[in-house]
Design a protein around this ligand. Structure first.
Ligand code: HPA
Ligand code: ZN
Length: 326
């Protein structure tokens, strides 16, 4: 079997996927109809044509607008189940999935509706296909610390059902330091924390995420290699980076896949995992990311094995479960 086929067929974990970013245009239109919402795009094709992003913000504007079709528990369940059904085709056996309550609660969709819906979809995938999932609550960093604290309050009644906390949305101008106190509270609740850092933001944001937020993984982190001392630290401490190659190209972090920092990251000894981020918007799920990376870099079988081992190793499941997968 060739390297690509083996990479695609290998069991793997996905550690960086936003559930709202798995909303395919077809499902968005179906939900708009079901919920009687006038959707501001003429057709599925017209919506897809709008997926032409110049940077992170241009994507986020559309991503938050489309999320407006998600209203009921059933909507969130359908969204989760559609993602897991698709991820399974790429041999994902475990997924740690981000959700953004602040995208929903200001629209009058309750925290409980979002959580129960996502859990219902995940429960079907667990029963039908044995898929394992964890939910990670992400705070929107363009909003205030106060708003993040209020969201954490909303989460408290359900805290046993939330596995960890993360930080996403517009990075530049919203450094990790803005959420130092919120993350201290999350950690005091006994939860692991992660943060998007070094996607568009500078390596200094990765340093802040490590030192101030005390994250156990960095989401993206593709700019880490601009700082040799930071690269050495991340490699030495085996901090996993959840890299999302198609996302980085679609959001113009790199002009084309051949210019992605993955080879430098590997040369720096970093603990890399490959993920899809917002697969409905960026041209594909985990399998498409693997194909695009392989087309650009032709990595060997050992490298791919290492990426997938890293995905289980850096996951938040207990050691006994990891042993079964590794
Ligand atoms: N970066 C920041 N915020 C996000 C992303 C991303 O890639 N996807 C969804 N929210
Ligand atoms: Zn992301």
């Amino acid at each position: 079997m060739d390297v690509l086929k083996r990479a695609l067929s290998c069991p793997k974990a996905e550690l960086h996927v936003h559930i709202e970013g798995t909303l395919e245009p077809e499902l968005a239109f179906a939900l708009a109809q079901r919920n009687n919402i006038a959707f501001p795009h003429a057709s599925v094709e017209a919506l897809r044509a709008a997926y032409d992003f110049s940077d992170l913000q241009s994507f986020l504007d559309l991503y938050y607008a489309c999320a407006d079709v998600l209203r009921t528990e059933q909507d969130f369940s359908d969204l989760m189940l559609a993602y897991l059904r698709r991820a399974r085709e790429d041999n994902v056996v475990h997924a740690e999935i981000f959700f953004d309550p602040q995208t929903h609660t200001p629209r009058g969709v309750s925290f409980e509706t979002v959580l129960k819906g996502l859990e219902a979809g995940a429960a079907i995938a667990a029963a039908e296909w044995g898929m394992s999932t964890r939910l990670i609550l992400c705070f929107l960093r363009h909003l205030s610390e106060e708003d993040a604290f209020a969201t954490l309050e909303l989460a408290l009644p359900f805290i046993d059902r939330i596995h960890g906390f993360g930080l996403d949305s517009s990075e530049v101008g919203h450094p990790p330091s803005k959420f130092e106190r919120v993350f201290a509270k999350c950690r005091a609740l006994g939860k692991p924390v992660v943060a998007h850092a070094g996607e568009e933001g500078p390596p200094a944001y990765i340093v802040e995420a490590l030192d101030l937020l005390k994250v156990s993984r960095i989401d993206h982190g593709v700019r880490a290699v601009e700082d040799a001392a930071l690269t050495h630290r991340l490699a030495h401490d085996r901090i996993a980076l959840t890299v999302c190659p198609l996302s980085n190209v679609r959001l113009c972090v790199f002009e084309k896949m051949e210019l992605h920092s993955l080879p430098s990251m590997l040369a720096g000894g970093l603990c890399i995992t490959i993920n899809s981020d917002d697969p409905a918007y960026f041209g594909g799920y985990l399998g498409a990311n693997i194909r695009a990376v392989q087309a650009a870099f032709a990595f060997d079988a050992t490298t791919w094995r290492e990426f997938f081992r890293n995905s289980f190793d850096a996951s938040f499941v207990d050691e006994a479960q990891k042993e079964k997968w590794l």
